[in-house]
Design a protein around this ligand. Sequence first.
Ligand SMILES: [Zn+2]
Length: 101
Amino acid sequence: MSETHISDKVGKPRKAHWCRVCGEMIAASETCHIYRGVADGEGFYTLYFHPDCWEYSRGWDGADWECASPGDVSRREVREWLETESRLASAARTAATTWRG
Ligand SMILES: [Zn+2]
């Protein structure tokens, strides 16, 4: 089975949806990432993501998506991951500044 990406954008859904990554509710009109694709034999589908869950899943490949069910990763884990990422990024910036100085 192959899947084709159609579009992804930041938007505000008119209805509430479940987040594909953390499985928690995205409220109607809450800013989220909306992904549209088409799968062979299954037709068109739309997935919704919290903005941070979208960031978190950027490194996933097809196999990761197939194994991961909504809720396998909690919103808290996503937030902790993002915090670690931004801490590392700012530590790298500090190190760069120190080296130059
Ligand atoms: Zn989420």
